[in-house]
Design a protein around this ligand. Structure first.
Ligand SMILES: [Zn+2]
Length: 250
């Protein structure tokens, strides 16, 4: 079973049904059974509570239309902490979302992220945290794997996924070696040789998960990082689906 832990509803289409069907069409070609949605049809870096809810509504409709094919991470902007906490209750406790998504609105070692991480741990909801070491310097509130390592150390019972493994993945993997509750995904950078091998060697295959960042990246180019890696078939199966099954409690 292949689970894509990291996609966005940015594919062509005007509504959740059209976008959902479009992505399923291509996922079926490469054997992806389940996809994890977050953010929205257009990316808003500093989303207001209204914009957060609108994007979560979009993904919630898609999950409810295609429950066998999608799961979701509810978007939060922890600058609006009360709203974030309410949205966790609405989307994860009372709704169909499996996890939470934190992007670039607030650096994840900020105290506001602690309340989110604590509640996520109580609920068993993984947090998909964007992490970049951006060439030329990060955005003012953009998190790096170093910031995520700080947050994760304060919340050992919460599971985090470091999206993009920091983009500069040699630095990203290095920053997360001592963070056993953080997994790294494979998405959002070019299909360079050596990434998956290094992640497995340094973190263990149980801490690496396949994600594409579709539709911003193709499924195939990101799957190639796993299919083409010099690791065992058993490790590939863990990365492609086994680890996310564990994280999602499937
Ligand atoms: Zn993404």
């Amino acid at each position: 079973m292949i689970i894509d832990c990291h996609v966005h509803p940015t594919a062509p289409g005007d509504d959740p049904r059209a976008v959902g069907e479009y992505m399923i069409h291509f996922a079926d070609r490469v054997g992806i059974e389940l996809m994890g949605q977050s953010l929205g049809p257009t990316f808003i870096q500093h989303a207001t509570p209204g914009e957060i809810e609108s994007d979560n509504d979009f993904n919630q409709t898609m999950i409810e239309l295609f429950p066998e094919r999608y799961f979701g991470y509810a978007n939060l902007n922890p600058n609006y902490l009360r709203h974030s906490m309410d949205e966790i209750e609405r989307r994860v406790v009372d709704g169909p979302f499996a996890g939470l998504k934190l992007w670039v609105a607030l650096r994840c070692n900020h105290p506001n992220a602690d309340a989110v991480a604590r509640r996520a741990g109580e609920l068993g909801a993984p947090i998909l945290q964007h992490t970049f070491f951006r060439a030329g310097g990060n955005l003012p509130e953009e998190s790096s794997p170093v910031h995520l390592a700080e947050l994760a150390a304060r919340h050992p019972a919460t599971t985090f996924i470091a999206a993009h493994a920091g983009l500069n993945w040699e630095m990203g993997i290095g920053a997360l070696i001592d963070s056993p509750n953080v997994l790294v995904d494979t998405c959002g950078f070019d299909p360079e040789m050596g990434y998956t091998e290094m992640a497995v060697r340094e973190l263990g295959a149980e801490r690496v998960v396949y994600g594409s960042d579709g539709s911003g990246r193709s499924f195939a180019s990101q799957l190639a990082k796993v299919h083409g890696a010099d690791i065992s078939d058993e490790q590939k199966a863990q990365i492609l689906g086994g680890n996310m099954k564990r994280v999602l409690g499937l």
